[in-house]
Ligand binder design. Structure first.
Ligand SMILES: *Cc1c(COP(=O)(O)O)cnc(C)c1O
Length: 238
């Protein structure tokens, strides 16, 4: 796809997505401003990303360290940058300090690595813990029964600030099938928020993508990560 069509797609899709977010937010007793729309920008050229930022996108998420670094220099400074992809330990050094939040922390080992690098660099990195809510073999993330211990241990690591949870539920045939995963995530989120653990601020629940963001918001999400519905279908999958 050319840059033009990413931009055309964005123009065509953005108003409707904002409207849907507002509707779901209000239907769940919140306001549109309580929900962060994060544009998932893998494969999207930086010119189209900057165009979207000019139109109001405040948060972007990238999946691959190399791809992010290749866009970084040209990226508009006025945007919150999140890393949302699988982060390998050996790549952590390339991303710490360059994004505001790493949403996809899938192990205590990775959290300590990010913490150590952050301390060395004199910064604090916000993180979310990825939960493998569908217990899928091919996905990373904590199983729900591992979460308590992980949160307790991660809360003691210097250099990071734990701000919530993130999930990518299994691909489901119908929207109805995905709802129990969202409900389960919301329960984990509020249970852990109620514990008021030192150094943990459970503020963010990142769930919902192109096909299910309206439902995710209905069930308590406050960050939705949207790619295809904003920019059009990707030529390849990451
Ligand atoms: C690509 C991606 C998204 C967005 O997916 P779409 O279905 O294109 O909206 C959200 N979260 C993560 C982690 C992704 O990799």
């Amino acid at each position: 796809m050319t840059e033009k069509s990413y931009i055309d797609n964005f123009e065509a899709n953005y108003p409707e997505i904002l409207e849907n977010i507002k509707k779901s937010a209000e239907a769940s007793g919140r306001r549109a401003e309580d929900i962060t729309l994060l544009a998932a920008t893998k494969t999207v050229p930086v010119e189209a990303i900057n165009y979207a930022i000019g139109r109001g996108i405040t948060h972007i998420g990238e999946n691959r360290v190399q791809e992010f670094l290749s866009k970084e220099a040209d990226l508009s400074p006025n945007v919150h940058r999140h890393f949302i992809g699988h982060l390998q330990s050996n790549k952590a050094k390339d991303i710490v300090g360059r994004v505001e939040m790493i949403e996809s922390v899938h192990s205590i080992k990775l959290a300590s690595l990010i913490g150590g690098l952050s301390v060395q660099r004199g910064i604090t990195t916000d993180i979310l813990l990825e939960v493998n809510i569908g217990r899928e073999e091919n996905k990373s993330g904590f199983l729900k029964e591992e979460l308590d211990e992980a949160i307790a241990r991660i809360s003691e690591i210097e250099g990071i600030r734990l701000k919530g949870l993130m999930a990518i539920p299994p691909v489901c045939g119908t929207k109805q099938e995905i709802i129990p995963y969202f409900e389960e995530m919301y329960k984990l989120f509020i249970d852990n928020r109620a514990k008021k653990i030192d150094n943990v601020n459970m503020e963010c629940l990142s769930m919902g993508m192109s096909s299910d963001y309206a439902e995710a918001i209905m069930y308590g999400s406050n960050i939705v990560r949207i790619g295809t519905s904003l920019f059009g279908k990707r030529n390849y999958n990451i």
